[in-house]
Design a protein around this ligand. Sequence first.
Ligand SMILES: Cc1cc2nc3c(=O)[nH]c(=O)nc-3n(C[C@H](O)[C@H](O)[C@H](O)COP(=O)(O)OP(=O)(O)OC[C@H]3O[C@@H](n4cnc5c(N)ncnc54)[C@H](O)[C@@H]3O)c2cc1C
Ligand code: FES
Length: 251
Amino acid sequence: MAISQTSIIVKKETLNNSHFILWIRDEKLSEQSLPGQFFQLRSPRQDSSSLYKPISIFNNEKSCLGFMIKSLGKGTQSLSELDRGDKLEVIGPLGTSFPPCQVKNVVLISGGIGYAPLWYLSKKLKLENYVYWLHGGNSKPDVFPCDEIWTEDGSIGYQGLVTQGLETRCSEHPTDIIIACGSGPMLKAIQKIAKAHRIELIVSMEAYMACGIGACYGCAVPCGDTGNVYYKRVCKDGPVFNSNEICWELL
Ligand SMILES: Cc1cc2nc3c(=O)[nH]c(=O)nc-3n(C[C@H](O)[C@H](O)[C@H](O)COP(=O)(O)OP(=O)(O)OC[C@H]3O[C@@H](n4cnc5c(N)ncnc54)[C@H](O)[C@@H]3O)c2cc1C
Ligand code: FES
């Protein structure tokens, strides 16, 4: 059951010019929150007509929840101006979580801020699974610790698209499942690779959200196949989906 409340920021970590982590302490929210779920966040300094912004649970430890945020537009910039001791409006936890992983060889792949939900997941997985994590971004500020880094400008790691790394990984190492979070085009490319190698794929979808609670269908993604398309809401039915559910041709 999602909770709507005002929390206090107990810590702020600045990662670089555009990325930061806001921490709140709340035993109840921490207990309820699972990897893959997200919160709607808003700075109380914005007027009450401003939209809340969907932000994944990046970390959850010692009754504290961490949100890793990239400052992009008005909403996230406003969040970036908050500091320790400031109030933060939160609604959550929302959405679906990553399913339990019964298999051994897990590949995580993220693009840009798609890194955030996979951090909390990777912490849970490492106890039982062998995990290999590939991450890609435009440039150095978009990448964070993992097993294999790709940047489009080559400023750090391999130069190119992270999906090139995934193709090699799947060709050369046994892979039971791929879990991915990133932009639509990136997920589409990953789906093709997973299908070609017959590997199960779980995706966390990004979508532009309005209400965030399942009421407006602003975040709908096409599901089914081209002959029988129906829509699911990223905020309520997702953000985590089995790739078989998505109609990739229409995405
Ligand atoms: C389930 C989910 C989890 C997310 N988790 C995180 C997270 O952990 N950390 C984080 O920093 N961000 C996350 N995001 C993305 C974040 O919600 C958006 O960056 C934010 O809403 C942008 O709002 P804004 O007011 O700052 O910018 P806006 O002014 O609303 O947008 C700035 C620009 O970004 C584009 N844009 C905004 N949102 C999206 C989107 N979802 N997909 C593609 N383009 C978009 C807009 O079209 C515009 O061009 C998540 C999104 C979803 C759906
Ligand atoms: S954002 Fe309104 S239904 Fe998902």
